[in-house]
Design a protein around this ligand. Structure first.
Ligand code: GCU
Length: 336
């Protein structure tokens, strides 16, 4: 959106967290007033690694464009849940977001490959894949979706947690109402394990656990802790059933409005912010786990044999969602 007056642009931003307000080059050169004021959506709390990564991204961009591009980070899902944020990005109502791959897979199904259950051996394996050629290929998989992928963020491994009874074996999943992200694959995963999937937005999980609408959910340590789910679901089980990487995205229409030089700056800053996020992630995983255990929550470390039973139960999902990509899956598995 191109605007003649700075005051009007500022007003628009403040009022509607409006997107891609382009103020005009003359003003920027003369007074350090931003030429672009862009909005970035994040659904985590302010001190969370991904939000800190977003702030770092905004700072780097401001520095390297000498204040021409200003990015307004809005945390805590104030701009909507991830599904609606993705839609807003697609039509240009929002400029940037960091989202989990799970809801994004509904828009770009090929990405399902990267959230397959028990795909990666560990975090290092996943990062070798994402930092290499395969990762680049998947960033490009968004071409044609009205979204442009800028970088990968870390979100660790996902584990089950429950309010009533601890999940220890596959049989314990039977009939448990488990919240999942709004993702077809995640719905099928819970069904394959014998549970009842309940798709819902992240912000609603705490009260759903508290009121018994669901028996449990699944997420990484930092989310379990930062969203206070640990207060209402005392039992945490390290099933590590999948790793769902995250992406920093920019709306295609915002991307198109920027010069090639500015695009390069955005890519470079996004990648640097991702390195920062990844280092914060490792520390936060440990801190969150320690905090939850100090609060008296019960941890069950699932043995490898039981994880193998979970894996066997969910294997049909590979065929359902990724039959066209078996060669790619093999390349991922063979990545050392
Ligand atoms: C993680 C992820 C969020 C996502 C959430 C969820 O916390 O970082 O982006 O919304 O999982 O389970 O919905």
């Amino acid at each position: 959106m191109r605007r003649g007056g700075i005051a009007l642009a500022a007003l628009l931003c403040a009022a509607a967290a409006a997107s891609c307000v382009h103020i005009g080059d003359e003003g920027a050169a003369a007074s350090q007033v931003p030429e672009f004021v862009l909005t970035y959506a994040e659904n985590q709390t302010d001190d969370y690694p991904t939000t800190q990564g977003a702030y770092r991204f905004a700072e780097l961009v401001k520095e390297r464009t000498h204040g021409r591009i200003h990015i307004n980070v809005q945390s805590g899902a104030v701009l909507g849940d991830e599904k609606s944020v993705i839609e807003q990005l697609q039509f240009g109502g929002l400029d940037f977001a960091r989202v989990s791959l799970s809801p994004l897979c509904e828009f770009v199904p090929k990405l399902n490959v990267l959230q397959l259950p028990y795909l990666y051996r560990d975090a290092d394996h996943m990062w070798k894949v994402l930092d290499g050629e395969i990762g680049e290929e998947f960033l490009k998989a968004l071409d044609g979706s009205n979204l442009v992928a800028l970088s990968w963020y870390d979100a660790g491994a996902r584990n089950f947690y429950t309010a009533g009874k601890q999940i220890q074996t596959l049989e314990d999943m039977d009939g448990q109402k488990i919240r999942v992200q709004e993702s077809g694959m995640m719905i099928d995963l819970i069904e394959a394990l014998g549970g009842i999937p309940v798709p819902m937005a992240y912000a609603e999980v705490y009260s759903a656990l508290q009121t018994g609408v669901i028996d449990g959910a699944e997420n990484n340590w930092p989310s379990y802790e930062s969203m206070l789910h640990y207060e209402v679901a005392l039992y945490y089980t390290t099933s590590e059933h999948n790793r769902v990487p995250e992406m920093q995205l920019i709306s295609q229409s915002t991307w198109n409005s920027l010069s090639a030089a500015d695009r390069d700056i955005l890519r470079e800053c996004a990648r640097e912010s991702a390195e920062f996020e990844r280092s914060l992630w490792k520390q936060r995983e440990k801190r969150s786990k320690a905090k939850v255990l100090a609060a008296g929550n019960q941890l069950y470390e699932m043995p490898a044999e039981e994880r193998a039973r979970f894996k066997a139960a969910v294997l049909p999902i590979y065929e359902t969602y990724c039959s066209e990509y078996m060669d790619l899956i093999e390349r991922i598995t063979n990545t050392e």
